[in-house]
Write a protein that binds this ligand. Structure first.
Ligand SMILES: N[C@@H](CCC(=O)N[C@@H](CS)C(=O)NCC(=O)O)C(=O)O
Length: 254
């Protein structure tokens, strides 16, 4: 994928999406998949994972990715703001149900996956652990660990939190089987299906042909621990596979 620098992107026309360049960042991949599903074209902009990203900070008021920057109006970097902005931009292919109860369910489950202390957040804390236990953790990891609240105590709670969330998603899918739906909420695809499909890769990444991620990253993402692997239940794995088969283009391009 070709990226503009932040400096180049500031004056570029159209929708811009800031992404961690060269890696399939889970929040970024979820955003890309939802934008593509909606048929929204964007110009990719480079963020460097764990770096200071000073120009990005000045431009958008924060230095993580993804950030969606519309042609006019403020940028959005929180997962829910980004989703709501996509809904505004392309309402014809909704990722949030019209029904309020179902919409609340999609947003709530998405928060459990993408939000602070959610599934991906906790998995990321685990990923920082080996480097953070070194006498001198590398600066890029230390910077992210600080930013995302790493501590031994938070890390120790991660497996139970992840398990609880995966169990809730698995029982959703089980209920959905009774109404003949393969989606987590309702009868058609929603944002939470995209989040799960993308975040499942933080435990079981897709094969190299579909996800040619750098090998150091694959090493970090691929879980070895049985407890963690069991989070991706057979139902959750089948759901992820269905999403890539029907709604997300492969191979991933980053
Ligand atoms: N801001 C997003 C979360 C985005 C996020 O956590 N981004 C991470 C993905 S691992 C990131 O950019 N990490 C690299 C960095 O912070 O430099 C939200 O609140 O939904």
């Amino acid at each position: 994928m070709d990226y503009l620098t932040v400096e180049e992107a500031i004056h570029a026309p159209g929708l811009r999406l800031v992404l961690t360049a060269g890696v399939p960042g889970p929040w970024g991949e979820a955003a890309k998949a939802m934008l593509s599903y909606k048929g929204l074209a964007y110009t990719p902009v480079r963020q460097m994972g764990g770096e200071v990203n000073e120009a990005l900070q000045t431009w958008t008021g924060q230095n993580s990715a993804p950030v969606l920057v519309p042609e006019s109006g403020p940028s959005v970097s929180h997962w829910m703001d980004l989703l709501l902005q996509c809904e505004e931009l392309a309402p014809a292919k909704p990722l949030l149900p019209r029904d309020v109860d179902q919409r609340a369910m999609v947003l709530g489950l998405s928060a459990l996956l993408a939000g602070v202390n959610g599934f991906a957040w906790n998995r990321r804390l685990q990923m920082f652990a080996p480097a953070m236990r070194l006498e001198s953790p590398p600066e890029v990891v230390a910077r992210m660990a600080y930013k995302y609240g790493w501590s031994e105590a938070a890390c120790a709670q991660a497996p139970a939190r992840m398990r609880e969330i995966c169990d809730a998603l698995d029982s959703r899918l089980q209920k959905q089987e009774q109404v003949d739906s393969g989606y987590l909420v309702g009868a058609s695809v929603t944002a939470v299906d995209f989040y799960w499909a993308n975040f499942a890769g933080m435990i079981k990444p897709l094969a190299h042909a579909d996800n040619p991620m750098p090998s150091y990253m694959r090493e970090t993402y691929q879980a070895r621990d049985r407890e963690l692997l069991d989070c991706v239940t057979p139902r959750l794995q089948a759901h992820r596979d269905m999403m890539y088969q029907h709604h997300i283009t492969l191979p991933l391009d980053f």
